[in-house]
Ligand binder design. Structure first.
Ligand SMILES: Nc1nc2c(ncn2[C@@H]2O[C@H](COP(=O)(O)OP(=O)(O)OP(=O)(O)O)[C@@H](O)[C@H]2O)c(=O)[nH]1
Ligand SMILES: [Mg+2]
Length: 459
């Protein structure tokens, strides 16, 4: 156990509420709290308090009673931080919370920094670094999908996958090092074909993790959906229908929307990030041109593209050409293009050609068939994946994994070029180093500072 000073902080929001929780952690937590807490018989009882027990009593500072409260004691190592922890549940006023903290400080505690409780949990081996980061994700998750991912990560997430990966790399490195010990005798102990097979396995696993980021990140921050189409096709009307409010200006003037408009919407437990655009067309107006440039950028960053056409006016053949052009201009390998025929209310005859194109026929202004769009968007992502697959959602982890992958690719080359084992072994150590960055085996104060400063005080 690493020893630190005893810290204290308000762990609940600093506003009025039914209760406020003040958390104290450190070797002297129980001693300090004992000085300011008495039971109903006015006895100081915390020194002998049992772990994971709740006590009822009063917080006092010198002779002044601050509040009647509940006090929970956790003895090291069975606590969140691994240290002794005491939590006071007081009445939720700013005044009581502040007075309690003042009393704690006067008796030897110091105010905690942002994320310091979780940082201590990490330093005491209660959580690995990726789990500590999941705590921050859990607090900020505001939809079912991101909540599920954060909870999964907190419970271990890809900790096991990384552990196995690490074992495989260590295994490989020891085989190579064994070879080095006997290098004088000019024998190759490690069977190269087996090593290469193992390396390929490792590479696949790392690639899968790297590839999982795009979808994992979409689940976490909202699945990006871009609405495109010619002027007046009804893009802004459709956005407003999804939002159930008149967010974007709708008019029959072509080129009403010039900038991209972005809004998050929760549909059936998944968060979508809808982006209404200026669409794609030729324009000599510089403002419109900039809007069109932004449309392209939005398409590139999205997973789903809704192409809106006006079926009361547009011709199926022209739309086929338009889709072909789009697919030439933009790589759709990681996206789904959904064709939507709008203004079905205005279309005089029902054109079978639209069915052939699998266009979802809707009326945005009459809110007709909108459910079909949602169905087909949900089909493009498999919400069950959330339960079954492992997702990387953290950009820092992604960076480290990319470095692991790059190093593995170098090692692969080295095997092919019969590079001496000691060089290969040193690259395996580099790969291990980058794996260690994710779980926190390898950290610097900078990395830790950066991660925990994003937490709130009291977490
Ligand atoms: N009849 C009918 N009119 C619609 C429908 N959807 C939209 N409109 C009308 O079409 C016109 C253009 O709608 P917008 O939503 O502004 O179209 P947009 O695609 O955003 O247009 P720009 O921003 O100019 O590119 C408006 O007058 C809408 O009221 C529909 O389903 N049926
Ligand atoms: Mg518009």
């Amino acid at each position: 156990m690493i020893e630190f000073e005893t810290i204290c902080a308000l762990a609940t929001p600093s506003q009025e509420g039914a209760i406020a929780i003040i958390r104290v952690s450190g070797e002297k937590a129980i001693d300090i709290c004992d000085k300011i807490f008495v039971n109903q018989k006015q006895e100081h009882i915390l020194l002998n308090a049992k772990s994971q027990r709740v006590y009822f009593g009063n917080i006092i500072n010198k002779t002044k009673t601050i509040d009647e409260c509940l006090c929970t004691v956790f003895r090291s190592p069975n606590s969140y931080t691994g240290e002794n922890i005491v939590e006071f549940s007081v009445h939720g006023t700013q005044y009581i919370a502040t007075q309690t903290i003042v009393a704690l400080i006067e008796n030897g505690a110091i105010p905690a920094h942002a994320g310091e409780f979780t940082k201590r949990a990490f330093l005491n081996g209660k959580l690995d670094l990726s789990q500590a980061e999941a705590v921050a994700d859990l607090i900020s998750s505001n939809n079912e999908a991101s909540h599920k991912l954060a909870l999964k990560q907190l419970r271990g997430g890809y900790h096991d996958t990384l552990y196995l990966l690490r074992q495989k790399l260590i295994n490989m490195s020891s085989l190579l090092e064994l070879e080095l010990d006997f290098s004088e005798e000019d024998v190759e102990f490690a069977d190269r074909t087996k090593l290469i097979a193992l390396l390929n396995q490792i590479k696949d696993e790392v690639s899968n993790l790297v590839d999982s980021f795009a979808l994992g990140n979409s689940f976490k921050n909202g699945i990006p959906v871009t609405i495109i189409g010619k002027p007046n096709s009804g893009k802004s009307t459709l956005l407003n229908v999804f939002l159930n409010e008149e967010r974007a200006i709708v008019s029959d003037i072509e080129g009403t929307t010039r900038d991209t408009i972005e809004e998050k919407i929760n549909l059936r437990g998944l968060e979508f990030r809808f982006i209404d655009t200026a669409g794609i067309r030729k324009s000599s107006n510089i403002i419109e041109q900039e809007g069109i440039k932004r449309t392209y950028k939005a398409i590139e960053d999205s997973r789903i593209v809704l192409l809106l056409v006006d079926i009361s006016k547009d011709k199926p053949n022209d739309v086929i050409q338009e889709m072909k052009r789009l697919r030439e201009e933009i790589d759709f390998s990681d996206k789904t293009l959904i064709l939507i025929g709008n203004k079905v209310d205005k279309a005089r005859t029902k054109d079978k050609e639209w069915d052939k194109l699998s266009a979802i026929q809707i009326s945005a202004s009459n809110k007709k068939n909108i459910g079909e769009i949602i169905d087909s968007m949900l089909k493009t992502i498999n919400p069950n994946d959330l339960n079954n697959k492992v997702f990387v959602t953290n950009a820092r982890h992604l960076e480290s994994l990319k470095k692991v992958l790059k190093t593995i690719e170098t090692i692969e080359q080295e095997f092919q070029n019969n590079i001496p084992s000691d060089l290969i072994a040193s690259n395996i150590r580099i790969a291990l180093h980058h794996v260690g960055e994710i779980t926190g085996e390898v950290t610097t104060e900078d990395i830790l500072g950066n991660i925990f400063s994003k937490f709130c005080v009291g977490k």
